[in-house]
Write a protein that binds this ligand. Structure first.
Ligand SMILES: Cc1ncc(COP(=O)(O)O)c(C=O)c1O
Length: 380
């Protein structure tokens, strides 16, 4: 096996073609580069794909989740239950809204939030639960819906990674009252940066659309089309969390190709799953029967659970030209949250022993085989 200085097999790659180039060019030529028809179309297609009434485009998952927390009145004095095993944005956003994150542990088999631990951590101050669909694998949303109803809590699904995944045959976005998606470059469809808030609450969607645009009562596009001339007002204090029409046009092109992306990701994941069956070094994620993941990431755990072995394995891949990433982080071990002294044994074990293998639609069968072969050479 030749040694190389930098990996030639990427870990993740956005899948763009002539369709995205042309869509972006059309938006530019139209001069509607923000708040225009491409955004309206993208929102409509996105909501439909999620089986929901409304999708509100924003500049990222982070700004979308922040906007939602604000719009729902979650803030100082409120506790929001969140897994620590997540990209730290899920936790930061709670702090930005002025609320207090309360960390919960995960099920190490699926990397997803443990509903029993959520139940244990509910206090009189709990206002919301923010479960995460880690690596694109939907969390146990039925349990969270039941808990939220029983305890009168707001349920916001962190669906940053799970566009196109299904739970009991229905798309993520169709179960929760509120779901927030990311359109960052490492997601299954991407606009570079971007996010979508999905909900059946049309009144709230209107509010979110105003708040993303400084609280403006009428969008630019509505004003452009109105006759006689109408003037906007600013009844609420808002933000600039807009996504551009150039991004939205790319998003429309991505959504149109999404079925093919998904099929390819699933084929790669199946090849990994069969190659890793009873593997001596790593354990593949377990997928509950009622869940169909989009395989946004393919995360494995090293069997002995030691970070030294995980790091050595990543180095082994790197030296053979294959890029990998460490698995999802443990947010409670990062500097801003260490003082909370959370004890989350499964989270800590998974964060120390997991890594993610390359997966993206343009990956060839030979690439998948290569990854599995490199893994075997480590095992030997
Ligand atoms: C679970 C999760 N939540 C939130 C985010 C933040 O998304 P964004 O970068 O669009 O703000 C990410 C991004 O990777 C994520 O994986």
């Amino acid at each position: 096996m030749p040694m190389s200085s930098a990996p030639d097999l990427a870990f993740s790659r956005p899948c763009f073609g002539i369709e995205e180039e042309e869509a972006a060019a059309l938006a530019i030529r139209s001069r509607w580069v923000v708040g225009g028809p491409s955004l309206a179309e993208f929102e409509k297609l996105f909501a439909k794909a999620c089986g929901a009434e409304n999708a509100v485009g924003v500049s990222s998952w982070t700004t979308g989740a922040f906007l939602l927390l604000k719009a729902l009145g979650i803030g100082p004095g409120d506790e929001v239950i969140v897994p620590s095993l997540t990209f730290i944005a899920s936790v930061n956003v709670i702090v930005h809204a002025g609320a207090t994150p309360v960390f919960v542990d995960i099920d190490p088999a699926t990397f997803n939030v443990d509903p029993n631990d959520v139940e244990r951590k509910i206090t009189p101050k709990t206002r919301a639960i923010l479960p995460v669909d880690q690596i694109g694998l939907p969390c146990d949303i039925d349990r969270f819906l039941a808990l939220a109803a029983a305890k009168n809590l707001i349920l916001i699904q962190d669906a940053a990674c799970s566009f196109g995944s299904k739970f009991r045959g229905m798309p993520v976005g169709s179960h929760s009252p509120y779901s927030v998606f990311s359109l960052h470059a490492r997601k299954v469809i991407t606009t570079g940066e971007g996010g979508m808030i999905v909900t059946n609450d049309s009144e709230l969607s209107g509010k979110l659309r105003r708040l993303r645009h400084q609280g403006m009562s009428l969008s630019d596009y509505q004003r452009h089309a109105s006759s006689p001339t109408t003037f906007e007002s600013y009844p609420e204090i808002g933000y600039n969390f807009r996504i551009t029409d150039v991004q939205a046009a790319i998003g429309v092109a991505q959504i149109r190709k999404f079925a093919a992306f998904l099929a390819r990701r699933q084929a790669i994941a199946q090849a990994y799953l069969s190659g890793l069956k009873n593997h001596t070094i790593v354990v593949a994620p377990s997928v509950p029967q009622h869940v169909t993941p989009n395989w946004q990431s393919f995360q494995v755990r090293v069997r002995d659970g030691k970070s030294t072995t995980r790091n050595a394995l990543m180095e082994h891949f790197y030296r053979r030209g294959v890029a990998t990433r460490r698995g999802v982080m443990a947010s409670h071990l990062e500097e801003p949250y260490r003082h909370m002294n959370a004890r989350l044994p499964h989270t800590e074990a998974v964060a120390a022993s997991s890594l993610q293998l390359p997966i993206f639609p343009e990956m060839m069968d030979a690439d998948v085989e290569r990854v599995l072969n490199v893994l075997s050479t480590f095992a030997n």
